[in-house]
Design a protein around this ligand. Structure first.
Ligand SMILES: [Cu+2]
Length: 457
């Protein structure tokens, strides 16, 4: 088994639900559509050929709620559940986590069940939900169910609605979800929030939204202040140098794959210190929901940039009419880059008055310590150094296709990774045949064995 393939399987736990969801929504034959399999899934016996996914994709009886399309949050897993007497039981563990946010950068953060952000909880309107929570942090914590209308004793605020949950202690939350929408779970400690303690809590509607979506994606926005050669974020900082979607900085985040002609829903939540204007290239979308649930269609209007404020959820939808790899990114300029400090440290001093060749060799030297072969940069003018302000974006981009290879990146142009930094990702809208090939590739964990490496500089 190749290294790439092995790595895919290690990373693939999160993808099972996603592939199943896509297959289901696009009319594929899925385990959830088969009554026998559905029964087995409800009884917890079924093992999906696609990997780990939640049992709730079971098609319910005619009188029950509509089957739903699970949200796919790239690079995050779903939290599995069991059913106990009609109650959906989840087990959530707060603990320290090591999160690889870039090929050359792993940080020490706090999260849930080995993940930061935590795994995605998906339930349906009307569900009775029990969360058996365990605190493996070195300090007390609690969980707040952001946006959910729950009894006060379930609200998760230390000293107000409950005693803090001490290290090593368990605590059981239980409530009925009567709402639909995009909610979050998070620690109610401010510093713990900035250590990453957040996750999606999606309540699918009892009756499918109209128009229905074919793809439903989720992104969690976070920012981190991590000094060079450090691993622990400075939670007291007000300025950030690492910006992530779902705990991963571009280009390491997994692109979202949509079929040409499909309707795409994108749910975005923000629990940081900054507001993020999230922009989609080449398409218009409508705002169909907030942290309060679905918005009436009469309120929808076209836009392509949605401001996702702190503690807000924004849900947008668009028809994927145009083939291509369309960027989705925060438009705050400083959020469109990764920390250069680790690699370039004193870039301004070292490169401002030097020749292109020297800057390139400097970057190549620095890049020797990271797992990609070369760095690239776009051409610069011969007189660049005589222009006040130079350099700005010159020398900033770092192609690292080899370090972030994955099936979802197949077919992107060489050096594509140099075009994505910080809070950026892609929605890749693929025509039927390419889409089917991509789904096969993802299901098989196929990556390009050898990425063609352009030596343009
Ligand atoms: Cu931003």
């Amino acid at each position: 088994m190749s290294r790439n393939r092995r790595r895919f399987f290690q990373d693939s736990a999160f993808f099972g639900a996603g592939f199943l969801a896509l297959a289901e929504s696009l009319g594929g034959n899925t385990p959830g559509n088969d009554p026998q399999t559905a029964r087995e899934m409800e009884q917890g016996r079924h093992h999906s050929p696609y990997g780990k996914h939640d049992k709730k994709q079971v098609a319910p009886g005619p009188a029950g709620p509509d089957p739903f399309l699970p949200v796919v949050a790239p690079d995050l897993a779903d939290l599995p559940h069991e059913v106990d007497g009609g109650v959906k039981v989840f087990r959530l563990v707060a603990e320290p986590v090591k999160r690889k946010i870039a090929p050359f950068k792993t940080i020490d953060v706090w999260g849930y069940n080995g993940s930061c952000p935590g795994p995605t909880i998906q339930v349906q309107q009307g569900d009775r939900v029990r969360i058996i929570f365990e605190n493996k942090l070195p300090e007390s914590t609690s969980i707040h169910w952001h946006g959910l209308e729950v009894p006060i004793e379930q609200d998760g605020v230390p000293w107000i609605s409950q005693k803090p949950i001490a290290p090593g202690e368990k605590y059981v939350y239980e409530f009925t979800v009567h709402q639909e929408g995009t909610f979050f779970y998070h620690s109610h400690g401010a510093m713990q929030e900035m250590m990453g303690m957040i996750g999606f809590f999606v309540a699918h509607p009892e009756r499918t939204y109209k128009p229905r979506a074919d793809h439903d994606f989720g992104l969690i926005l976070q920012e981190w202040a991590v000094l060079p050669n450090n691993r622990v974020p400075n939670t007291a900082a007000m300025e950030y140098n690492w910006l992530t979607f779902n705990g991963v900085s571009a280009p390491a985040i997994t692109p979202m794959i949509a079929k040409l002609g499909s309707r795409v829903r994108l749910r975005i939540i923000n629990m940081g210190m900054d507001h993020h204007p999230i922009h989609l290239h080449g398409n218009q979308f409508v705002l169909t929901g907030t942290e309060g649930g679905r918005a009436p269609e009469s309120t929808w209007y076209p836009m392509n940039t949605v401001l996702v404020g702190v503690a807000q959820a924004r849900v947008v939808e668009f028809d994927a009419k145009y083939p291509g790899s369309w960027m989705v990114h925060c438009h705050l300029p400083h959020h469109m880059m990764n920390s250069m400090m680790d690699l370039l440290r004193d870039r301004a001093i070292e490169t401002a008055n030097t020749r292109d060749a020297k800057a390139l060799s400097q970057m190549e030297t620095l890049a020797e310590s990271v797992p990609f072969e070369h760095v690239h940069h776009s051409p610069i003018a011969e007189n660049a150094n005589s222009v006040p302000g130079f350099p700005q974006d010159a020398f900033m981009e770092m192609g690292m296709d080899e370090a972030v290879v994955k099936p979802e990146a197949h077919g992107l142009p060489p050096n594509w990774s140099a075009g994505l930094m910080g809070m950026m990702t892609l929605v890749r809208v693929l025509p039927d045949k390419e889409y089917e090939e991509m789904m096969m590739r993802i299901a098989g964990g196929e990556t390009d064995e050898k990425v063609e490496h352009p030596h343009t500089s």
